[in-house]
Design a protein around this ligand. Structure first.
Ligand SMILES: Nc1ncnc2c1ncn2[C@@H]1O[C@H](COP(=O)(O)OP(=O)(O)O)[C@@H](O)[C@H]1O
Ligand SMILES: [Mg+2]
Length: 332
């Protein structure tokens, strides 16, 4: 993927509160830490495995800074020009001077047209740059950031006048980075020089109250139901029986699926609920879909559902759905 150079406004995101953002004491603490480092003049870097809330926190903090933001997603194909800009096309100018009726003068010229890209726009105007999963881009594409973060100047490539060759970074410019651990597929090693210039906050799994609050906020299920789903996800995580640890994302997916799946009731004796848990937790915890992993997860989920969910009488609505045989699913 490459970023087309285009109008500045097309890149800008207005700072506003994120819908459904959950602020538990756990979240507030991280936000306060990050804001303090930003105030001290340092870029922030959230590092942690997938599903620990890095992107959401980065966007929330960018919103709190109250400046427009530009968002970049790290990508192996990204080149420096995708960050900085480049000479894209030509600008054609034709001037017809007919001031004196008997004399007509025409001037034409064609100049190469430079378009700023996201990093340049943010540096020039003092906006907030959110560079999500920046280690997915090749280190050489990110080199441009070294002088931006340290010397607060940016080299502008191309045939430019001397005075135009550098851009002084606006004092309000702030950068927030996120990255996944280096062992993830498609992730490059973060350059030490770049890492040295930012404050890295390592994020772990969220605490239980935060996971419950997010699960509830993102699905609209009852608190008790969110607690049961989160207990299942955390139980599987504590078991260590997976390739990838299940995250709050799985809890949200289970909760949302239960809301619309005919016949689903968040209860131990509900076959549809067990099926949803197994489908979502097997896919989130395994990259290769090995049979062994699937069977282990299936067994564990069965036990965890029995442990954490009460037996509920199937609701009237789901009985009607079952009777009408809407999406019948055999118990698993
Ligand atoms: N503070 C929060 N409030 C509401 N939802 C959140 C919060 N933090 C994370 N989430 C939700 O949790 C899931 C994982 O968060 P995300 O930021 O995508 O994690 P990461 O970037 O680390 O993979 C997403 O569905 C996101 O919407
Ligand atoms: Mg993310």
């Amino acid at each position: 993927m490459t970023y087309p150079s285009s109008d500045e406004e097309a890149f800008l995101i207005e700072p506003k509160p994120l819908a459904g953002f959950v602020e538990t004491p756990y979240v507030k603490k991280i936000v306060a830490r990050a804001l303090n480092y930003i105030k001290a003049g340092f870029p922030i870097h959230f590092r942690g495995i997938s599903g620990t809330g890095k992107t959401t926190l980065a966007m929330h903090i960018a919103g709190k800074l109250g400046r427009p933001m530009v968002l970049l997603h790290g990508d192996d194909q990204l080149k420096t020009a995708d960050l900085v800009g480049g000479e894209h096309g030509y600008r054609y100018r034709r001037l017809v001077d007919n001031f004196i009726a008997s004399v007509k003068k025409t001037e034409e010229d064609m100049t190469r047209r430079w378009s700023d890209n996201r990093l340049t726009i943010a540096c020039k105007n003092g906006y907030t740059l959110v560079y999500d999963e920046f280690t997915r881009s090749r280190p050489e594409a990110n080199n441009i950031l070294l002088s931006v973060l340290q010397e607060k100047v940016m080299d502008l490539p191309g045939n430019r006048d001397e005075e135009e060759a550098y851009l002084r970074v606006h004092p309000n410019f702030t950068a927030i980075f996120t990255s996944n651990p280096e062992e993830y597929a498609g992730v490059h090693k973060a350059q030490d020089a770049l890492r040295d210039r930012m404050v890295t906050l390592d994020l772990d799994f969220m605490d239980r109250p935060t996971e419950v609050a997010i699960c509830q906020a993102k699905s609209g299920i009852e608190r008790q139901e969110a607690e049961a789903i989160v207990a299942i996800v955390r139980g599987l995580r504590d078991s260590g029986e997976y390739e990838f640890a299940p995250t709050v994302r799985a809890a949200v997916m289970i909760a949302r699926s239960c809301k619309i799946y005919p016949g689903a009731v968040i209860a131990a004796d509900n076959g549809v609920f067990r099926l949803i848990c197994q489908d979502i937790l097997s896919s989130e915890t395994s990259r290769l879909g090995m049979r062994n992993n699937h069977l282990k997860v299936k067994q564990l989920v069965k036990e965890l559902v029995t442990k954490h969910c009460g037996r509920k009488k199937t609701s009237h609505l789901s009985m009607v759905r079952t009777k009408l045989k809407i999406n019948p699913v055999s118990p698993v």
